[in-house]
Design a protein around this ligand. Sequence first.
Ligand code: FE2
Length: 172
Amino acid sequence: MSREGPDVSEIRRGRVHADQVRHRLPWLHLAYRREFLKLAGQACAEPVAPARDDRYGIVLNVQRGTDMRFECHVDSNPLTGLLFCTDHQAGGELVIAHDAAAADVPSVERNCSIIRPHAGHVIYFDAREHPHYARPLTVSGIRIVAVMNFYTESCPESTRPRELNRHLYGDA
Ligand SMILES: [Fe+2]
C-alpha cells in the first residue's frame, strides 16, 4: 500500500518481473524456493512458505541513473527477503520508518533506520507496519535488488489484497 504524499505524481523505477526471472534466471527462481526459503525460516518464528503465484514470488527492482527511486509503501506479506545485488558509493539506501503512521517520504526520513546496500547481503523483515522506500542513487549507476515475498500460516498468501494484483497485473 502506497505511503506517498499527495504532491507526488510520478516515481520512475525499473523491474524484472517474476516470469522473466523464472525464464532468464532459473537459478535465482530456484534459490528463492530453496536456500532463501531456508534462511527465511530462520528469521521467522513461524513456518514460512514461498508464494505459489509466480507473478510476485521473486522480482528484481532496478534503479538506473539518479532520478529513479522506489515508492514509499507498507508490505502486505508478513516476511520480505531482500538480496542486494549491487554496491554503491552513495545513495540507494533502504529507509525504514519507525513510525507506523508515516504517510510520506519526509515523515519516514524524520525517524528511520537506514540500510546501505552491499552486494551479496540478504536481509529479512516484516514491513507491514513500517513504511519504507529506496532513495535515489546520488552517483549515476545501477542498483539491483532481488525482492522475495514469503508467507506464514497466520498471514497466508490468500490474504494478499486482490486490488494489488489488479493494480499490477490487471487481474479480475
Ligand atoms: Fe516493501
